[in-house]
Design a protein around this ligand. Sequence first.
Ligand code: 5GP
Length: 189
Amino acid sequence: MELLKQKILEQGIVISDNILKVDSFLNHQLDPDLIVAIGQEIARRFHNDGVTKILTIEASGIAVALAAAIEMKVPVVFAKKNKPSTLQGQVYSAGVYSFTKKEQVTISVAANYLDPTDRILIIDDFLAMGAAANGLVEIVQQSNATLVGLGIVIEKGFQKGGQELRTKGLRVETLVTIASLTDGQVLFG
Ligand code: 5GP
């Protein structure tokens, strides 16, 4: 997605050889035009797949998931981190190790928001080691819904997450793949 590549080159900050900061448009401040365009592009890629619900994880996935959901006319469910006391009844949960925060969290979704008849599209902002994506996949499996695929805004192709998911036979659609962040340079894949 050229618009997104342009934005990354203009505003992305390479924090280290494996972390890209995109706080000015995706992870802290949000660029509404870009987020809408991202949602439209994800929706376009999955428009023939009968998606009935989008699943993401708080917080950074929510904006892009909502943009895609408006386009696809389906609801969004976001997994909550560290089960709040308001989350009652049957809950689907998975452990997720955050590569950026270096901490383990449990993500949870109330069972009544995922139905076995649902066809789920998972959306997230970044795909790195795959922990967040795998946690969401586990939750879909617990619900017995059908997983249509994953829509990822930025995949860091030099980390193992994307390859592992594809090896499992899952469909992963990535809008921009980064091949390397070495020496402070963003190289696209
Ligand atoms: P994973 O679970 O695949 O290792 O990492 C995915 C999650 O970590 C994403 O939801 C994202 O919030 C965060 N993340 C991973 N790598 C990066 C990165 O390079 N930059 C930013 N801003 N977030 C990242």
